[in-house]
Design a protein around this ligand. Structure first.
Ligand code: LRH
Ligand code: MN
Length: 411
């Protein structure tokens, strides 16, 4: 047995003994970690940029086929990323049934379908919030197209984000726009395949700088309820005002039975779309703590865990693998919380005791446990090392001529 493997086994046994000593059911935790699923975004593999320019990377995926191939590498290395979210029209093809076959051939499947009513000139003054009924209808036609793509690919989720809003006070009648959104989201709900659902994503600003029509979790909750039973709220970690307590929002939406999914990423200032857990890993842990709190109280939900990031200074596939590792660690640590000790401390008003119950879990080095879980899933104990050793990036950097030409690969 190689030195590393021997070391990994020893560390896993030592951690296992410590966890059992703490009264934790290691087998149950391992089963939960094996069942974890994290969807990666096709748009995270193509060239991207900032508002100041596109910074192409050698070997970056140039089309949906290469984006699926790169996503398959993340699944191969981690074992927990079997689906890929698509964005339409960035990932538009003539034959979506064939694309699904292609994905299956790579060991992945098509996940959430993301309509795009924020990029073309038509939507300069909004989509569902546009004062021109023809434009609102055009946006609805695009939703119909995306609902059909869900049917062709077996996707169960339409993930909706709207850039709609205004830049100046008085520019538009906000109440009127709210009513148009209610009408159009209800119509979109009616287009869903029978086993499909829709997620309503909110964002407090950008590209609109005065008001955004779906500006926070409360508005998204209202619009989801108004749309129909198969509409829920999507929480993007980069879409809140600084200082917002996101795990509080998660607890609230879980208790309302309307938390449908996440766009994991991290930020220091605004919608930075940085690697999940790279700025505030404790926040991701606390989010999972609130999810487990609800689940253990019978308020669980079918949550779509998705990543929404774009990487400029980091190699894209490696940054995606890093994000998955950080999300796995957050979930693993949350599963180690001594819930009895926490509940008792809360009941006794023992704030220090309660916080220490969380910290004891958070400060556990769960890496040996996750390495073992990955091995049992047929993935790599150390996904980053395995991906680097695969030489995949050097190979595609050779093959993908033109990847370095400036244009953003989703245009
Ligand atoms: C908007 C957003 C949305 C996606 C886009 C790529 O900021 O988070 O989820 O459509 O990023
Ligand atoms: Mn998002």
């Amino acid at each position: 047995m190689a030195q590393d493997e021997h070391m990994q086994k020893q560390q896993y046994q030592a951690l296992g003994a410590d966890l059992e000593h703490r009264g934790i059911d290691v087998a149950a935790v391992s089963e939960a970690l094996k069942a974890q699923r994290i969807e990666t975004p096709s748009w995270g593999y193509g060239n991207s940029g900032t508002r100041f320019g596109v910074f192409p990377q050698p070997g970056a995926a140039r089309d949906v086929h290469e984006r699926l191939a790169d996503a398959a590498q993340v699944h191969k290395a981690t074992g927990v990323c079997p689906s890929v979210a698509l964005h339409i029209p960035w990932d538009l093809v003539d034959d979506f049934a064939a694309l699904s076959q292609e994905a299956a051939g790579l060991g992945v499947e098509i996940g959430a379908i993301n309509p795009n009513v924020f990029q073309s000139e038509t939507y300069k003054f909004g989509s569902f919030g546009n004062r021109d009924a023809k434009v609102r209808q055009q946006a609805l036609d695009h939703m119909q197209q995306c609902a059909e793509i869900m049917g062709l690919t077996g996707s169960k989720i339409m993930s909706l984000w709207f850039a709609d809003g205004t830049n100046y006070a008085g520019q538009a009648d906000i109440r009127q726009r709210k009513q148009w959104f209610e009408e159009c989201l209800q119509a979109t709900h009616g287009m869903l395949p029978e086993d499909g659902r829709m997620l309503v994503e909110y964002k407090f600003f950008e590209p609109a700088f005065y008001h955004t029509d779906i500006g926070d979790w409360g508005m998204a909750l209202h619009f989801a309820r108004a749309a129909g039973p198969r509409a829920e709220v999507l929480v993007d970690l980069g879409h809140h005002a600084p200082g917002t307590n996101i795990e509080h929002i998660v607890a609230f939406l879980m208790d309302e039975g309307k938390l449908g999914g996440f766009h994991f990423n991290n930020r220091k200032y605004a919608d930075d779309d940085l690697t999940t857990g790279s700025v505030n890993p404790y926040e991701v842990f606390l989010i999972y703590c609130e999810i487990l709190n609800a689940e253990t109280a019978g308020k669980g939900a079918d949550i779509a865990y998705m990543i929404d990031q774009s990487h400029i200074v980091k190699p894209k596939i490696e940054a995606m693998i890093q994000s998955v590792l950080n999300i796995q660690r957050a979930y693993a640590r949350a599963l180690l919380v001594d819930r009895k000790a926490l509940a008792q401390a809360q009941a006794e008003g023992d704030t220090v005791g309660a916080e220490e119950a969380l910290k004891a879990a958070y400060e556990t080095d769960v890496r040996p446990l996750l390495a073992q879980v990955r091995l049992e899933l047929g993935a790599a104990a150390d996904p980053l090392a395995a991906f680097r050793a695969s030489g995949y990036l050097d190979r595609v950097a050779e093959e993908r001529v033109g990847a370095l030409e400036g244009a953003a690969s989703w245009g």
